[in-house]
Design a protein around this ligand. Structure first.
Ligand code: HEC
Length: 417
């Protein structure tokens, strides 16, 4: 029963988190686009504002932006903040739900560092808080004055954070914490800078005073940064489904750096293009593609199977790799010999069975059954990916599978073709 509650809670939280994030990112894309497409109009004095026309859902919208102070401010003002707050809050609870409450399965890998659950939790939350203070300090310092300079330093901090997380957490835990750190910057920007500044502007307008234009400029700087962070953050949030991204802690920081730079470049392309299609910086796509291709090669170099593809020697701690040829072909469902069935029964079937016996696992994870010879045969390809090519299973090696045993599976998978 308990594990059903954990799973159901995780589902509902994730649902809320994804929906809130879509609303937040949607409005971020929308307003960046709107800002870029604003044009001067004769009825607003130069430098005071601009307008854009849009069509949607059967109607036409004339969107007018007042750079600082409209002559009249409506009482009915829609604030864009709950999308951000809901995303961060649901994300934080989800992080705690999955990674802190079930840390042995997802966050703590004894081969990296044998942390207790409370230590891992304090480390994770502490890093998010410290990361915000560092980022906010950089933005407010001289370094924050140049947009390009800030982007470069931000990228460096993100890479260092990924390195730090990879030294203490499981690969998957390291990527999710790097994403959570960037998401904390984004939510902090809204909660601690953008919205308070906007409140001050509104209060000044209500008093009939002209607000300080610096407040609006600072808010715009932070909201532009949020826009550049959106794509990399989303990728890091879904990274937990892709063990090839975190197969080796050595490659995690560079993979994160490449993904972050590539995602930001793609946003850059759209932000420029929306202002003027003729000036579309197509080179940004070329650079982003090169970055993602480099991340792909690094991911290969970080996994045992991938190293064989690249012709690199195995890593010291890597599992024996299977021959290159079979990596290209899907394996047919050939039931394995008894010694393989026994091995899988001893290392995997406590979780992957019709009635799992592992504490906290109520149903076979992802519906993967490994409790009969036929079932194992059907999963041959998945086993190769999760156990031989990467060491994603057993999760954080909870059942202490040895290298020799991974070799036995690799040998079976070789002959099963
Ligand atoms: C302690 C419980 C546990 C053990 C032991 C375990 N697994 Fe898993 N397995 C999981 C969980 C949890 C997931 C879901 C992971 C996720 O959400 O990404 C999973 C997912 C999988 C998947 C699907 C991966 C995907 O993303 O599609 C495969 C295949 C798999 N395990 C194979 C194995 C094999 C083979 C073994 C034994 C060598 C094994 N597992 C041992 C808990 C376990």
């Amino acid at each position: 029963m308990e594990s059903f509650v954990w799973e159901w809670g995780s589902l509902l939280l994730r649902w809320l988190h994804i929906v809130a994030a879509m609303a937040w990112i949607g409005s971020s894309f929308f307003f960046m686009h709107l800002d870029a497409s604003l044009k001067r109009t004769p009825d607003i004095p130069a430098g005071e504002g601009a307008a854009a026309w849009q069509v949607h859902g059967g109607g036409f919208y004339e969107m007018r932006k007042y750079f600082v102070a409209p002559a009249h401010l409506s009482e009915d003002l829609t604030w864009h903040k709950w999308q951000a707050y809901t995303t961060w809050l649901s994300g934080f609870v989800l992080l705690a739900w999955i990674y802190y409450a079930q840390s042995r399965l997802y966050l703590v890998d004894p081969a990296v560092m044998d942390l207790s659950a409370p230590a891992a939790t304090v480390l994770g939350i502490g890093a998010l808080a410290l990361g915000w203070l560092i980022y906010d300090g950089i933005c407010r310092s001289k370094l924050g004055e140049s947009e390009a300079g800030l982007a470069a330093i931000g990228l460096l901090v993100i890479t260092l954070a990924a390195f730090g997380f990879s030294q203490v957490f499981s690969g998957r835990g390291a990527l999710i914490h790097t994403g959570a750190l960037m998401a904390t910057w984004m939510a902090g920007n809204v909660f601690l800078v953008v919205i308070p500044n906007q409140r001050k502007v509104v209060a000044a307008l209500m008093r009939g005073e002209r607000p300080d234009p610096g407040l609006g400029k600072q808010a715009k700087q932070r909201s532009a940064q949020n826009n550049y962070l959106t794509l990399p953050v989303v990728l890091l949030m879904i990274s937990n489904h892709y063990p090839m991204l975190f197969g080796s802690k050595a490659t995690i920081p560079l993979i994160v750096a490449l993904i972050t730079a590539s995602g930001a470049l793609i946003r850059f392309f759209y932000n420029v293009r929306h202002a003027d299609h003729a000036r579309s910086p197509w080179w940004a796509w070329a650079a982003a593609s090169a970055g993602l291709a480099a991340a792909f090669v690094l991911a290969l170099a970080g996994s045992a199977g991938g190293r064989a593809v690249l012709g690199l020697p195995p890593q010291a701690e890597a599992a024996p790799t299977i021959a290159l040829a079979s990596a290209e072909r899907a394996l047919p469902a050939a039931p394995p010999p008894d010694h393989v069935v026994e091995l899988v029964a001893g290392r995997c079937a406590m979780c992957h069975a019709a009635e799992p016996v592992w504490d906290g696992i109520g149903v076979a994870p992802k519906g993967v059954l490994l409790d009969t010879a036929e079932a194992i045969g059907r999963q041959a390809e998945a086993i190769r990916r999760q156990v031989v090519l990467t060491h994603n299973m057993p999760p954080n090696n909870v059942t202490e599978m040895t290298e020799a045993e991974r070799g036995v599976l690799a040998a079976w998978l070789e002959t099963a073709r």
